[in-house]
Write a protein that binds this ligand. Structure first.
Ligand SMILES: Nc1ncnc2c1ncn2[C@@H]1O[C@H](COP(=O)(O)OP(=O)(O)OP(=O)(O)O)[C@@H](O)[C@H]1O
Length: 586
């Protein structure tokens, strides 16, 4: 995608109209000086010559024909330029929305593993910095076109006035353009670096916002973060930006100077070597003075266009970085299965350089409907990675996943994935129930809010939850309400109960999970709550990326309890003796 392409792909007719109007304005601009010079050369233009005069609103107008043409050109410039700019501004707003929408669509259709690698800061930088920069650059196109047409027109006029002057000017412009490239290339290098540092700055800002509580508690820590992380990131963006912009301005002024140099060289040097009449010289100098305007504008645009191209390259790289997941889309949810089977399934994380990181597998596992499967294991043993394979956010790299006898692959994965509802440990709570509407929804939500002890805390009104300002445990319960309403075939809970109080923990393990099981759902729970391991039909023990045990034998239970008891750093183990579950809750 190039800048022009971004606009012309969206609305070719509007883009064409804007450029055409820009060209008309350019031609009209280029016509002004020849017209004035022609009028001045006409005897009717001078005082005392009474021919060809007219009176308009009491004003005496000499050389009326030229004056009327001059006015006509001015009006044409005004109308054509305004229309061209208005069309482009409106189009650019549509294009910005369009580009952002494309990015949203790409993000939502990208493989989760790629999104995790790209990270939020790069996406935010792309949406907030790159898209507006590209659009701002593309918006200059008609003005660029207008000024280029004016320049070409004026150079043509120069050729008509005096061919040697024209070739002299062309030589000077050629020299200027070539030598201009040196500072322009240096500037570009620094501007690209400044833009690359922007991703790091966004990452640092994320730390500032998300780590605000931690930073506030300790001045030394905050100082350190400001000095070594934020300030450094800011300085990198600022320093390279400053150097890039400075060199760019030098290049621009150098370009400006070249045009004046041409005028000086023509007036003071060229005339000594070529025969040129005084009126001819006046015409040439006027044309050259007039040309400085479009040249200055073109030079002024260059930094912005350069920034836009850098941003566009970043956007294109991001699009290439987050490819669309190669799976069939718009397929109906698949509910017609009884068991999900992992046969020798393996997965490994790859870093940016393609180096393999943590690896799980080969895994053999069966998750059946109407059963509860617990996954237990120490920190970093691969439980969440396995969970993402179960929810099909990650696709196996080795082995095979089957739903009954059907092998999971690109053609059917989207269908099976739509039958999954999951609450991950880093879940996101939306302020509404997505994908469902209707009057009966509110009644259902209300009854779940009551059951989960959230009535009075939050309501479902006008299609959204009235507040999300809830405690961690309450937020998780609200996420559970939304998950429950999805009526999925497979439910996955990654440490859902970790921050629930004993009563809700008991409610979750003793009422919600068995309830889902009774409804014939496949239930997968990552848990450290060894008190409730007996709720499981199947207990899967993970150690170092492998399943080391997978049944409910006494030995597995003992092993699972031992592994769970090694979870020192969670600190959220269930307190002994849950208080009786409230009748409304149970
Ligand atoms: N997005 C990622 N990119 C690269 N490596 C990752 C990523 N996520 C996890 N890992 C690696 O995979 C290993 C297993 O992580 P995983 O989250 O599956 O463990 P876990 O058993 O769920 O741990 P915990 O109990 O702490 O949540 C980790 O040691 C980590 O190094």
């Amino acid at each position: 995608m190039n800048m022009f392409g971004a606009f012309s792909a969206k609305a070719p007719n509007r883009m064409f109209a804007a450029l055409l109007l820009g060209a008309i304005a350019g031609i009209a601009y280029a016509g002004i000086i020849p017209l004035v010079l022609a009028a001045l050369a006409d005897p009717g233009a001078f005082p005392g010559v009474r021919d060809n005069k007219a009176y308009v609103l009491g004003w005496e107008i000499s050389n009326f024909g030229f004056a009327a043409s001059f006015l006509g050109l001015c009006v044409l410039i005004l109308l054509a330029r305004t229309a061209s700019q208005v069309i482009l501004i409106r189009l650019s707003l549509d294009v910005s929305t369009d580009m952002r929408r494309r990015l949203y669509e790409r993000v939502s259709s990208a493989p989760i593993a790629e999104l995790e690698k790209v990270g939020m800061p790069r996406l935010v930088a792309a949406i907030t910095s790159d898209v507006p920069m590209v659009v701002a650059g593309a918006r200059l196109l008609p003005d660029l076109f207008t000024n280029m047409v004016t320049l070409v027109g004026m150079l043509g006029y120069l050729l008509y006035l005096n061919a040697p002057v024209f070739w002299f000017v062309m030589g000077c412009i050629g020299f200027g353009v070539v030598t201009y490239q040196v500072p322009a290339l240096i500037a570009r290098r620094y501007l690209v670096r400044a833009r690359n540092h922007l991703d790091g700055l966004h990452e640092s800002i994320r730390g500032l916002v998300h780590g605000a509580k931690e930073l506030k508690l300790n001045d030394a820590r905050r100082e350190d973060y400001f000095r070594r992380v934020l300030a450094e990131a800011e300085h990198r963006v600022r320093d390279d930006g400053k150097t890039g912009q400075t060199v760019m301005r030098i290049a621009q002024n150098y370009g400006d100077l070249i045009t004046f140099f041409v005028i000086g060289a023509t007036a003071f040097v060229f005339v000594n070597y070529h025969a040129i009449s005084r009126p001819e010289l006046v015409g040439v100098i006027m044309a050259l003075l007039y040309v400085t305007g479009p040249i200055a504008i073109l030079l002024n645009f260059i930094p912005q266009i350069m920034m836009a191209r850098i941003a566009l390259r970043k956007l294109n790289a991001l699009f290439a970085r987050i490819p669309e997941e190669a799976v069939a889309r718009d397929v109906a949810p698949r509910r017609d299965w009884q068991a999900m089977r992992f046969e020798g399934v393996g997965y490994r994380y790859l870093d940016d350089a393609g180096e393999a990181g943590f690896e799980i597998g080969p895994l053999d596992l069966e998750i059946r409907k109407g059963e509860i499967t617990f996954i237990v294991g120490g920190n970093g043993s691969g439980k969440s990675t396995l969970a993402k394979l179960v929810t099909m956010h990650y696709q196996r790299l080795d082995g095979e996943v089957r739903f009954d006898d059907e092998v999971l692959g690109p053609a059917n994965i989207a269908g099976f994935r739509q039958g999954v509802s999951a609450i991950f440990s880093d879940y996101f709570l939306f302020d509404r129930v997505l994908g469902r509407e209707g009057a009966e929804l509110k009644d259902e939500v209300d009854s779940h809010l009551v059951a989960l002890g959230l009535a009075g805390k939050v309501e479902y009104r006008d299609g959204r939850f009235t507040t999300l300002a809830l405690s961690d445990g309450q937020k998780r319960r609200l996420a559970l309400v939304a998950a429950y309403l999805e009526d999925a075939e497979l439910y996955l809970f990654d440490e859902w109960a970790a921050d629930q109080d004993p009563a809700f923990k008991a409610f979750f393990y003793n009422a919600i999970l068995p309830g889902l099981k009774e409804r014939g759902k496949a239930v997968v729970v990552i848990s450290h709550d060894d008190r409730y391991f007996d709720v499981a039909d199947q207990l899967v023990v993970m150690e170092d990326g492998r399943i080391t045990d997978r049944n409910l034998s006494g030995a597995t239970l003992a092993r699972a309890r031992q592994v769970a008891s090694q979870q020192h750093d969670h600190g959220r183990r269930v307190a002994p003796g849950p208080r009786p579950v409230d009748a409304t809750v149970a």
